[in-house]
Design a protein around this ligand. Structure first.
Ligand SMILES: Cc1ncc(COP(=O)(O)O)c(C=O)c1O
Length: 404
């Protein structure tokens, strides 16, 4: 049985009990197991990877390789060589736009991306479009906050080369199933990139079953440390792509005349990697797997369902995005008439409640929704109904203070 109150005991910062933490979509808290895994490297045998022939370096290299295998297993990647470690989802997407985009896309080719994308999956394509004359076509968000296949069908043309979208929106919580998108992309020979920054932490993901070409996520949103991100890519695509950053570790041989590249994934990991962070991420996915990702998702549905119900009791409160928990990830954004999200977040903070206010790095989406900002509460494995109750009391109190 999944018991969030027991899970919470594993998170040192949360056991202090001074903060109702409702901002996991921005970054999650860390369990003891992750802190310990990283501490152990520094205390028991720290040395750079891939370089030394002595015990500490060999142990660190083995632990780094093991973390890659664990992440591959967690995401259902057929092999660890298809997992590239980056700094975060943003870097993974930039890698794709620079390496894949600038090699395989040319003027007049079309990229379809959704209107609800995080800036991380927006700006790299905007820059590519401006630089190369690639055409961006935007998959519109429906009035219910979802991305419909009918709307996608209306955008796909023989010139569509790439379709990219978030599996779970960081604002609306909208869940989009990659499978039917992949089927449509295949029909016109297009590639699919899934931004899994908000899905990999919260639901079972199997990239091989989904059939996607690329999948990205961030360690820090899935109980791991900052500074480590993931790019899954199908091996033949990674092999065909040129390096993104160059320097040490990513080469096979360097001479005064030129250089040849290392095998994937090391071809994409220039310089000393964030191997301690990768080892921390390995511990995080081990922890999540022990909880069971189906249980993690079931808990999220339960807490989201409760939050949607309680929030809908607040007069005038408008929930952005799907209104049922089964169609919703663990982030709920909302607006309140006559209350600015920053004022609400500040008043909530005075009660020790941490939520996010602003555009959540999705300005085009907010523009589409006709607003400039929203307040977002987001949940994770340690979130409990009393957190939602505290949020509702805080909102009611803020409404009184602001006479809204
Ligand atoms: C859907 C989505 N994509 C990408 C990102 C970027 O993640 P990071 O800042 O870790 O690179 C985020 C972060 O909030 C996100 O929610």
């Amino acid at each position: 049985m999944f018991d969030a109150s027991k899970v919470r005991q594993d998170f040192p910062l949360l056991t202090r009990g001074d903060t109702v933490f409702l901002d996991s979509a921005a970054s999650s808290q860390k369990p003891e197991a992750v802190l310990r895994a990283m501490d152990d490297v520094y205390r028991r045998g720290y040395a750079n990877v891939h370089r030394g022939v002595y015990a500490w370096s060999e142990a660190a290299t083995a632990a780094y390789d093991a973390a890659r295998a664990e992440v591959a297993d967690f995401l259902g990647a057929p092999s660890p060589e298809e997992i590239v470690f980056t700094r975060n989802a943003t870097e993974s997407l930039n890698l794709l736009a620079y390496s894949y985009g600038r090699t395989f896309l040319k003027a007049g080719d079309e990229i379809i991306l959704s209107e609800l994308e995080h800036h991380a999956n927006f700006v790299p394509w905007l820059v590519l479009a401006r630089e190369r004359g690639v055409v961006l076509r935007f998959w519109p968000v429906g009035v219910d906050g979802t991305l419909s296949l009918a709307a996608l069908d209306a955008l796909i043309t023989p010139r569509t080369r790439l379709i990219t979208f978030a599996q779970v929106s960081n604002v609306l919580g909208t869940i989009t199933d990659p499978r039917p998108v992949v089927a449509r992309a295949r029909a016109v020979g297009a590639r699919v990139i899934v931004d899994g920054a908000q899905s990999a932490p919260h639901m079972p993901v199997n990239v091989a079953d989904l059939g996607v070409d690329f999948f990205v996520c961030s360690g820090h949103k899935m109980l791991g440390p900052t500074g480590i991100g993931v790019l899954y890519g199908r091996r033949e695509l990674l092999e065909a792509m040129p390096p993104f950053l160059t320097g040490g570790d990513m080469i096979s041989r360097v001479s005064f005349e030129g250089a040849t590249w290392n095998e994937v994934p090391l071809k994409f990991e220039a310089g000393t990697p964030a191997f301690v962070e990768a080892i921390g991420l390995g511990a995080a996915v081990r922890y999540l797997s022990a909880l069971g990702m189906a249980n993690v998702r079931a808990h999220e549905i339960e807490i989201t369902d409760y939050a949607l119900e309680r929030l809908s009791e607040v007069p005038g409160l408008r929930i952005l995005g799907p209104d049922t928990a089964d169609r919703h990830g663990g982030a709920i954004a909302f607006t309140l008439p006559r209350v600015h999200p920053h004022d609400l977040a500040s008043l909530l903070d005075q009660r020790g409640i941490a939520v996010r206010a602003g555009h959540h790095c999705a300005q085009p989406l907010h523009e589409r929704l006709g607003i400039t900002a929203s307040t977002r509460a987001s949940f994770y494995v340690y979130s409990m109904p009393q957190d939602v109750d505290a949020l509702i009391e805080g909102i009611e109190s803020a409404r009184k203070t602001l006479r809204a």
